[in-house]
Design a protein around this ligand. Structure first.
Ligand SMILES: [Zn+2]
Length: 409
């Protein structure tokens, strides 16, 4: 089946008026998983669900299957089917659909693998329901412990364990899977670019790019504590308004990041008590910061901290700032990247990215690479996320060429 037909076939699931809502272990997720299983079986691929609920559709080497031997030296590609709230169609599904289409393309050309090939679908990549991104791959790699995962809850208070059981899978068995990891020689994730780096390459952009690595990033919580007061009677001179140092810190963060080629974003803020006609008692804000290397990231964040402290002192406000999460830099395997680069041609650019992916988790355990498909507006995690069909087809051809190089020679 060609890419466009497969793409249209998956589209109705979890679609709402405001984008896609495909949350892990819900009906729409179940529909997407069933769609994948059906498509894999239609192709004669052997579908397996690992202990963490990740799906694996195996295109096996004939000898392996007949001899019942464990799979070895496998080449794996895939991504995820879950979405953020009101997400776009491409983040995740593009990698899964392209993988199926790439296998079709190779079979049409009469190519057969010399080692096992799998298309995988990772669980809860976005963390949209249970708050921890890349949960399926983190569990597989042992980066998150099974107890912690089982106890995660969604907004309605449903635990991960109960939700997984509700979908017919056993949460008691989740955890690292060394045998499965050990059977993989290479993992390649194709993903829509979440930015415009490919679109702005002169003179006319590039359809496909290769990832260099993933920027280190982290989240910090900032608590500005002042004093609640009346908006109509408290003189400016008497106020301890936490909103003012907060506002100055937002601007300072932008400047600190801009000067270093980093990124800093305040995307969540809570004013306490939150009355329209009152000076706030406190402002709680969350900073997301990312940079090309750990040193630049920590410089950026310490500048935000010292600026925030200074602004707070000027307004009689106290500031406490603590890190809530840290994701270290990911460097994808240079030898695998060079091999892929040689297949795709030197004109395919190598780019860093600021977004996290299952490939970033697996990179710590197996040689890993990522292919990006151009996103003309760069918008992601929104229904406006888009890739042109011609670029998606170029992505399928590129992925097929990579699978052929890694598994069929
Ligand atoms: Zn994704």
């Amino acid at each position: 089946m060609i890419f466009a037909d497969l793409w249209e076939d998956l589209k109705p699931y979890g679609r709402t008026d405001s984008g896609f809502r495909r949350y892990t272990w819900t009906r729409s997720d179940e529909q997407c998983r069933k769609w994948f299983i059906d498509q894999a079986e239609l192709r004669g691929l052997a579908v397996e669900t690992d202990r963490n609920g990740n799906l694996w559709a195996w295109w096996d080497v004939a000898q392996d299957v007949t001899q019942g031997a464990p799979r070895r030296n496998a080449v794996v590609t895939g991504s995820h089917l879950d979405s953020v709230p009101d997400g776009g169609a491409f983040d995740g599904p593009l990698g899964v659909v392209s993988a199926l289409a790439a296998i079709d393309l190779l079979r049409d050309r009469g190519v057969t693998p010399q080692r096992p090939v799998a298309v995988t679908v990772f669980v809860e990549e976005e963390g949209a329901r249970f708050g921890l991104a890349c949960l399926g791959s983190r569990l597989l790699a042992g980066v998150v412990g099974p107890d912690r995962a089982r106890e995660l809850t969604d907004d309605a208070g449903v635990s991960y364990a109960d939700a997984m059981a509700g979908a017919g899978l056993d949460p008691a068995g989740i955890g690292p899977d060394e045998d499965l990891l050990g059977s993989i020689d290479a993992f390649v994730e194709l993903h829509i670019e979440q930015g415009r780096a490919l679109a702005v390459i002169e003179p006319e952009g590039c359809a496909i790019g290769l990832a260099e690595g993933i920027w280190p990033h982290g989240r910090w919580r900032l608590d500005f504590t002042g004093m609640a007061d009346h908006a109509g009677t408290a003189r400016f001179a008497d106020r301890k308004d936490p909103m003012l140092p907060f506002a100055a810190t937002v601007l300072a963060a932008r400047k600190a990041a801009e000067q270093r080629g980093a990124l800093a974003t305040f995307g969540k803020v809570i004013a306490e008590p939150g009355g329209v006609n009152g000076v706030s008692a406190a402002v709680h804000a969350w900073l997301d910061a990312r940079a090309a290397d750990e040193e630049t990231l920590s410089e950026t964040v310490s500048t935000v901290r010292s600026d925030g402290m200074r602004f707070s002192a000027e307004h009689g406000v106290t500031l406490s700032m603590r890190q809530e999460s840290a994701t270290p830099v990911v460097s994808f395997d240079p030898r695998l990247r060079e091999r892929i680069s040689a297949v795709l041609g030197a004109e395919v650019p190598v780019l860093p990215t600021g977004a996290g992916h299952d490939a970033g988790v697996l990179a710590a355990r197996v040689p890993t690479a990522m292919l990006f498909v151009r996103n003309p507006t760069g918008v992601s995690h929104s229904p406006a996320e888009h890739a042109d069909l011609a670029d998606c087809e170029a992505g399928v051809r590129a992925l097929a060429a990579v699978i052929e190089e890694l598994a069929c020679r």
